[in-house]
Design a binder for this molecule. Structure first.
Ligand code: FAD
Ligand code: 2HG
Ligand code: ZN
Length: 469
């Protein structure tokens, strides 16, 4: 495909050199490797519309890309080399903040951390928070409907978004940047683009919700003997802390072991032998002192009733960051330990401890020696139900058991009334596994939506379920 007509319009912003395209055609895990005819780097929604119209006219598939931190291979073009990668990275301006309306209108390529900072400068909180926040973009967050560590209190990306600007698959610009909390004027188009993984159109800007800055944030680390105890602690914490409970994250024992093996420099909250734990965060609207007193009372009562075996409350922001870094380094620690199999599951919170107990037993019986690296957002009923090779083995051939392990894990998820993708999306990684559990009527409705929005199937083909055969 000759891209010279596009190159004229996008002088200096159209990459066609194979070496220069390399970072855009593979994912950060180095799991998927593709190629592309070009990488376009637009500056405006009008630029995006020009690229999309060119692609539509020439039948060129488009792969939108933000920070390329996704977990499911959704931002990587396939190996055919016929697609164009559309990088939104240069569209990174905050268009405006309406402090009274508690909203911020931002371009799709804004880095999440930059948006948190911009909100803070305006005396507001943008609560979306995840380990990749220094590199992922709001366009990617919305397109994957990202979750992260504050969903318990503030909801996922969808719940934080009021309006979108989108370039359609026909290359038209839809301005739906409404800052309204209530708007019942027909089908909710915004919610179709959120979580669509770039298969329906290109998000170019968004209006997102802001919140008051919390007066204080208090972080605690609580050792728990079992996942059942962690779940019971969640119930007590919700009853005692109410809406102030902001995060409730679990790290099971094999996660603690892998962190100590791979990252010996890490500082641990409790002096004794490291055991599995939950990380609790409370953000208090009134004062540091009242928040701390509430958390202390909760942990003392939990200790007395045997739910918690030991606990520590961070005394300052540095210590709080140290607690959080243990949680945030999990992905990297598991990556360093060798090959791994990821699952991003959710089940009803009430059933999650039983799910872990029963499914761990089934997997370790069928695949002796594997390590169950189970961690994540217990408060949302969403765990990263990951699997690693035995200690000391890098698992060169671990891939051969992946499909069989997925089958067992996802069948169990389904039996527990859960979902095979809680927050990472389907991409190419979980497309067929997700389809196994969708009814023909659900798949048909998804295909109809895709057909209506993108009849030429140029928007990120082969990802998610809209074009699943
Ligand atoms: P990309 O990876 O570039 O793209 C992801 C998908 O969105 C692709 O389908 C792409 O085509 C599409 N897309 C991107 N931009 C646009 C756009 N403007 N318009 C249309 N489609 C677009 N995820 C969580 O949910 N919770 C977590 O806690 C979490 N923690 C993570 C921790 C680490 C260390 C890492 C590496 C990743 C983590 N992730 C997490 C996964 C990832 O960061 C999120 O999925 C993030 O939302 C992806 O954003 P991105 O800009 O990198 O998107
Ligand atoms: C997290 O919650 C991310 O840390 C990544 O969603 C999970 O590494 C993973 O599997
Ligand atoms: Zn997560």
């Amino acid at each position: 495909m000759n891209t010279s007509s596009l190159a004229n319009t996008f002088s200096g912003r159209l990459i066609t050199d194979v070496a220069d395209m390399a970072p855009f055609v593979t994912d950060w895990r180095k799991r998927w490797f593709g190629s592309a005819i070009a990488v376009a780097q637009p500056d405006t929604a009008e630029d995006v519309a020009i690229v999309v119209r060119w692609c539509a006219a020439h039948g060129v598939p488009i792969v939108p890309q933000g920070g390329n931190t996704g977990m499911s291979g959704a931002a990587t073009p396939d190996a055919a080399g016929s697609a164009l990668v559309l990088s939104l990275a240069r569209m990174n301006r905050v268009r405006g903040i309406d402090a009274l309306n508690n909203t911020m209108t931002v371009e799709a390529g804004c880095i999440l951390q930059a948006l948190q900072d911009a909100a803070r400068e305006a005396g507001r909180l943008f609560p979306l928070s995840l380990g990749a926040e220094g590199s992922c973009t709001i366009g990617g967050n919305l397109s994957t409907n990202a979750g992260g560590v504050a969903v318990l209190r503030f909801g996922n990306a969808r719940e934080l978004c009021l309006g979108l600007e989108v370039v359609t698959a026909q290359g038209e610009i839809w301005n739906g940047l409404r800052g309204l909390r209530k708007d019942n004027t027909g089908y909710d188009l915004r919610d179709l683009f959120i979580g669509a993984e770039g298969t329906l159109g290109v998000i170019t800007a968004a209006t997102v919700k802001l919140f008051p800055l919390p007066a204080a944030k208090i972080t605690a680390w609580a050792a728990v003997a079992t996942v059942h105890d962690a779940l019971n602690l969640l119930q007590v914490a919700q009853a005692k802390l109410g809406a102030r409970l902001t995060a409730f994250e679990l790290l099971t024992q094999p996660c603690i072991d892998i962190l100590t093996e791979q990252m010996p420099h890490l500082r641990w909250p409790l002096a004794a032998t490291q055991t599995q734990a939950v990380l609790i965060e409370l953000s208090d609207a009134e004062s540091e002192a009242s928040g701390r007193a509430s958390l202390e009372a909760l942990l003392e009562a939990a200790f007395e009733s045997g739910l918690v075996t030991d606990a520590a409350i961070a005394t300052n922001i540095t210590q709080s960051r140290e607690f959080w870094s243990l949680r945030e380094f999990m992905t990297e620690a598991q990556q360093r330990a060798g090959k791994n199999i990821k699952h991003d599951i959710s089940v009803p919170i009430s059933r999650i401890a039983d799910f872990v107990e029963q499914t761990n037993a089934e997997i370790t019986e069928k695949f002796p020696g594997v390590r169950m690296i189970v961690f994540g957002h217990l408060g949302d009923g969403n765990l990263h139900y990951n699997v690693s090779p035995p200690k000391g083995a890098v698992g060169e051939n671990f891939g051969v058991i992946e499909a069989a392990v997925n089958h067992v894990a996802h069948n169990a998820v389904n039996a527990f009334g859960g979902s095979v993708s809680a927050e990472h999306g389907l991409g190419v990684l979980r497309r067929s596994e997700a389809a196994r559990f969708k009814s023909p009527v659900e798949l048909a409705m998804m295909r109809s939506i895709k057909q209506a929005f993108d009849p030429k199937c140029i928007m990120n083909p082969g990802k998610s379920l809209g074009d699943f055969a």
